[in-house]
Design a protein around this ligand. Structure first.
Ligand SMILES: Nc1ncnc2c1ncn2[C@@H]1O[C@H](COP(=O)(O)OP(=O)(O)OP(=O)(O)O)[C@@H](O)[C@H]1O
Ligand SMILES: [Mg+2]
Length: 342
């Protein structure tokens, strides 16, 4: 099990506490994804003009980038009610029927972790999405009958961190598919400014810039670092969020200048020292480090890959020159780590 990391992009109980107060409610407050916002704005306006429901929307990308937030914003912008559920909760088609029948015209049904829908539930969803009707089997065996129900036109907003696990049949039923990418520095800084204002925190621009730079492109991490910096400034600092507080908070939580934390560095050290720079398989790495492979794949590797400290090759993970430099490791033969078979 992963120990507590302040830079995990996953939702932790810590985040939930004050979450509603920082979650934007309208598209105009959704910052830093200009293309996505513009595409949605166009479709939302067209839907209002045309009448009926907005086309189904699929959002995929790493955790903490604002998929759930966007699902709620879409409902708000349409002036309809959001209904939320998630893939693992819907075990059988009947778990979904009640929800679908309750939907009013134009409502938004948000399904989180949509890649985890069991196949029968997914197949059940096809006709609901396409023709707004469902066939429900009543009873079983000899007495089984099928009844057809008409649904109100609705919008399904699906969210997933694993687009690769989605069947193409399901994927093709979404009219708007958007891959969310990590935010840039300006986007994160704007989000932090908005969050600081909402939380009524006094923060300097340079402090927010410092935090934005260490947030791994992820709003959830940025907001968490902001809260922890507020803690530090109240307990040890001037009471407002200044550069000193931001730096002290990052140091307290073991985040270095490159934005890596203790687990990232351990990953890099293991790859260097135990596997001599690699290639190493993720399962082997996980066993050596004492973490599970999924944690490494979802919560450690994306950032290290993005920063070019690690490379994924056919034969496994390899440390790059940048990764080796970061931990101050010199390969035994002092050659570049990349050669031969890649
Ligand atoms: N574009 C944005 N503008 C302002 N705040 C944002 C934005 N995106 C995300 N946030 C904030 O970041 C936090 C995480 O967002 P959210 O819960 O929507 O992420 P998610 O993509 O659904 O994550 P997961 O995959 O873990 O479900 C929320 O507190 C939200 O307020
Ligand atoms: Mg979410």
């Amino acid at each position: 099990m992963a120990r507590k990391r302040i830079i995990t992009p996953e939702l932790t109980p810590d985040d939930q506490g004050g979450e509603p107060s920082v979650r934007p409610e309208h598209l105009s407050d959704y910052l830093g994804q200009p293309e996505l916002v513009e595409r949605l704005r166009v479709s939302l306006e067209a839907t209002k003009d045309r009448g009926g429901a907005l086309d189904h929307v699929l959002l995929h990308g790493p955790p903490g980038l604002g998929k759930t937030t966007l699902g709620r914003i879409i409902a708000n912008e349409l002036g309809t009610t959001p209904h939320a559920t998630s893939g693992p909760v819907l075990m059988q088609p009947k778990d979904l029927v009640g929800m679908l029948l309750k939907l009013q015209a134009g409502d938004v049904l948000f399904i989180d972790e949509i890649h985890r829908l069991p196949a029968p539930v997914e197949e059940f969803l096809y006709s609901a999405m396409e023709d707004f009707h469902v066939d429900v089997t009543i009873d079983s065996g000899l007495h089984a009958t099928t009844e057809s129900f008409k649904l109100q036109p609705f919008t399904l907003v699906g969210a997933t961190t694993r687009a690769g696990s989605l069947t193409s049949a399901l994927r093709s039923r979404f009219g708007l598919v958007h891959h969310m990418t990590l935010y840039d520095h300006e986007g994160l800084q704007a989000i932090l400014e908005g969050a600081a204002a909402r939380l009524k925190l006094n923060a300097t621009a340079e402090a927010l810039a410092e935090l934005a730079g260490k947030s791994r492109g992820t709003p959830r991490i940025a907001i968490r670092l902001l809260r922890r910096t507020d803690d530090w400034s109240r307990a040890r600092g001037s009471g407002s969020i200044d550069l000193e507080a931001a730096k002290a908070c990052l140091e307290l939580w073991g985040i270095d200048d490159a934005g890596t934390d203790e687990l990232d560095r351990r990953y890099l050290m293991t790859l260097a020292e135990t596997y001599r720079g690699g290639p190493a398989g993720v399962e082997a790495m996980a066993a050596t480090i004492g973490e599970d492979a999924r944690t490494l794949e979802d919560l450690v590797e994306p950032f290290l890959l993005q920063e070019g400290m690690v490379a994924r090759t056919r034969s496994g993970r390899r440390l790059t020159d940048a990764g080796a430099r970061h931990i101050g490791w010199t390969p035994p033969d002092a050659q570049s780590l990349f050669g031969e078979d890649d």
